[in-house]
Design a protein around this ligand. Structure first.
Ligand SMILES: Nc1ncnc2c1ncn2[C@@H]1O[C@H](COP(=O)(O)OP(=O)(O)OP(=O)(O)O)[C@@H](O)[C@H]1O
Length: 669
């Protein structure tokens, strides 16, 4: 259930107020709006662009530069063959249902989730535990009223409440058939109309490009992730890295998903900025990480698979070192990135208590993945996945290697020949060929692509269950069942002088728009709960506009002072603005608090006489007074993270001044 949110200062959080602020101040605005708009597309205005750029800048410093990652940038248009090989053409789908009467299309898992959440809310209201807020906006009223009419406050049976909670805890794990059963069992209907819906069908989320070039023989898609471009460059990157392993590549770029029902503003859109890392690691030796000790003590809020299976959502805060040691997180490299992701989110200004890491259930993970954790941020929409961290094993490199014949592998000369054990998966040609005929190569490809780890698991399954099921992208419904007469999986040994292996890939994948929006929720508050005195407390290095200069009035004596300050800040490449509007200084400060500006420099009459300026800090509204150079140096240091406001206050004289904040008595000229 969506949690009751509070602001930074512990007051009730209002999404409508924040959303209104972000749209009014042009953080973001619907795209193509004067033509009526298209769902799932947003433009960023000046503060949104600056905030986005600062987040990406920190991301590059925190990951790419810190870890010497190899950055690559590839095209967004991707030919069909590549995405067919990667499995996206056949499997990058969501389940959708249609309103049987009016044809409204809804995403099946979201429908189940929304309706069950509304019913639980209705139950809580009937028990007097919460009050469901009625929609005041007349435009939205109609739709919401219809929804509430279908889902009125109604007490549910205790056992049903528990069932609903269990379904919600596992909502990401259901396939189409299971969602269909839930819809039927709980009589789930389109909440906007009360009409029944059709059984779920699959919808591929990629945008189709019908012709690349004038002929239509080559076609493709807009990429749904940036990862494939990195995998295709693996051999060149390995060469660039002097054949040294491990190493990571990284890409910052747009991805596209034709979401069935874009919703929740920036959280589910059809075009978004992704920052993705592919860390290539030797699968042997437990996927250790040389710098793991640096993060071993970082405590993460972990929501593991077993806890979710029991229908619970409580997190256990645990140092990542302990989580890897206990096998809760599969390996050091994955654990290293989880901790680094948390440190990044905290540096951005996210509230550590509103960050958790949720492990994927076995059924939720791609079949090739060995472990997968999402970094989720708590928002008024609930816990939202903002960073996916998956161990993709050797799947991607293997399938592209099979398809192209290019060696996407590492060859390592051994000092001593060695005997190695491996799991051989061999088909019985006599039975296999006739059974699969023209599909035999596709099935064989899927078998060859299995990692050693998976083969070991499958050998047990084959023995115990008498069959195994594999995903085969180019075959029937995408699944094939193999029995012991068709395949043998057994442990064997061989001697090697050169070791050839396909690296495994640990992939942290960031959606910048989701992080940006969740961050805004985390740093939003208002003075004395007054919406018109809203504040966005971004850290100085992340704030869209870290400094604003104010002449106290339009008096001409202030102009040269502002020009001098501007020149100094420009030289230091600090993003600033001058607010010389005629509004009172308190109003002007307040306007900039709403954009998250942390530092305000004002030129007043003392500045003209003594060349000293006031510097105000956004959150505390406290001020110091010092010379032009001292003020600029302090701002530069704070924006670059070399000093804090407390450091500056300790070394520069405090300025009491007169009451100048909006709502208080204004300073006189
Ligand atoms: N439609 C979208 N709009 C905005 N960001 C997205 C969208 N889809 C994915 N992302 C971002 O990209 C990241 C990596 O994508 P990934 O494929 O792991 O997401 P996903 O599991 O498909 O997300 P979801 O289950 O929410 O659709 C996500 O953590 C998220 O931040």
């Amino acid at each position: 259930m969506a949690p009751e949110m509070t602001t930074l200062k512990g007051k009730p959080f209002s999404r409508a107020e924040l959303d209104g602020l972000l749209r009014r101040t042009l953080f973001y605005t619907p795209s193509f709006e004067i033509y009526g708009g298209v769902a799932g597309f947003y433009d960023y205005g000046p503060p949104g662009c600056a905030l986005n750029a600062n987040i990406v800048d920190l991301w590059r410093k925190h990951f790419v530069i810190e870890e010497n990652m190899l950055e690559v940038e590839g095209p967004m248009v991707t030919p069909h063959e590549i995405l067919k090989t990667s499995g996206h053409v056949d499997r990058f789908c969501d389940w959708m249902v249609k309103d049987e009467a009016n044809g409204d299309i809804l995403r099946a898992d979201h429908l189940v989730e929304n309706v069950l959440e509304m019913r639980l809310k209705g139950d809580k209201e009937a028990r007097g535990l919460v009050h469901v807020e009625k929609e005041e906006d007349p435009k939205k009223k109609k739709k919401k009223e219809k929804a509430l009419a279908n889902l009125e406050a109604k007490k549910l049976d205790d056992a049903l409440v528990q069932e609903y909670e269990e379904v919600l805890a596992k909502i990401d794990n259901y396939d189409g058939a299971e969602l269909g059963l839930l819809i039927e069992k709980y009589d789930i209907r389109n909440p906007a109309t009360g009409n029944p819906v059709t059984p779920p069908t699959q919808f591929n989320l990629m945008f189709h490009i019908p012709n690349i070039g004038p002929s239509s023989s080559l076609y493709g898609f807009l990429r749904p992730e940036t990862a494939q471009g990195q995998f295709l460059n693996f051999a060149k990157l390995l060469d660039y890295n002097n054949h040294r392993m491990p190493f990571a590549s990284a890409t910052i770029g747009k991805s596209f998903r034709n979401e069935i029902s874009p919703r929740a503003g920036l959280l589910r859109v059809r075009e978004f900025l992704m920052c993705e890392i592919e860390h290539f690691v030797d699968p042997e030796g437990g996927k250790k990480h040389a710098r793991f000790h640096e993060v071993a003590d970082v405590k993460l809020n972990l929501l593991d698979r077993d806890t979710q299976l029991s229908g619970k959502t409580e997190v256990s805060p645990m140092p990542i070192g302990e989580a890897v040691e206990k096998g809760i997180v599969d390996n050091e490299t994955l654990g290293y990135f989880l901790a680094r992701v948390q440190l990044f989110l905290i540096q951005l200004g996210c509230n550590p208590e509103k960050i958790r890491f949720r492990q994927h259930m076995a059924t939720e993970m791609a079949h090739y993945a060995t472990d997968c954790w999402d970094a989720e941020l708590q928002t008024s929409y609930g816990w939202i996945e903002c960073v996916g961290c998956a161990d993709r094993s050797a799947y991607d490199l293997t399938v592209h290697m099979k398809r192209t014949g290019q060696p996407l592998q590492v060859r390592e000369r051994l000092d001593e020949p060695r005997t190695v054990e491996y799991w051989a998966a061999e088909t019985n040609k006599k039975e296999f060929g006739p059974k699969f005929r023209k599909d035999a190569p596709a099935v064989q490809g899927a078998i060859d692509a299995l990692s050693d780890e998976l083969r070991e698991k499958l050998s047990v399954e084959l023995k115990e269950a008498g069959k195994i099921t594999l995903d085969v992208p180019n075959f029937g419904d995408g699944k094939v069942e193999l029995t012991p007469d068709l395949i043998t999986i057994e442990k064997r040994t061989r001697t090697e002088n050169i070791r050839t292996y396909t690296p495994n890939v640990i992939e942290p994948s960031f959606g910048i728009g989701r992080i940006l929006y969740a961050l805004c929720e985390h740093v939003y508050w208002s003075r004395e709960g007054d919406e018109s005195r809203a504040v966005l407390s971004f850290p100085p290095s992340i704030a869209p506009m870290p400094v604003v200069l104010y002449p106290l009035s339009s008096h001409p004596d202030f102009k040269p002072l502002i020009a001098r300050l501007s020149a100094l800040l420009r030289k230091k490449r600090i993003h600033f603005a001058v607010d010389d509007s005629s509004a009172s200084i308190g109003k002007r400060y307040s306007r900039r608090d709403q954009l998250g500006t942390p530092f305000h420099i004002t030129a007043d009459f003392e500045s003209v006489q003594k060349n000293t300026f006031t510097l105000r800090e956004r959150d505390s509204m406290e001020q110091v007074r010092a010379t032009e150079q001292e003020i600029v140096d302090a701002v530069v240091n704070m924006v670059n993270g070399e000093e804090t406001w407390e450091d500056v206050q300790a070394r520069l004289p405090k300025f009491e001044g007169q009451a100048i904040e909006e709502g208080e008595e204004e300073r006189k000229e």
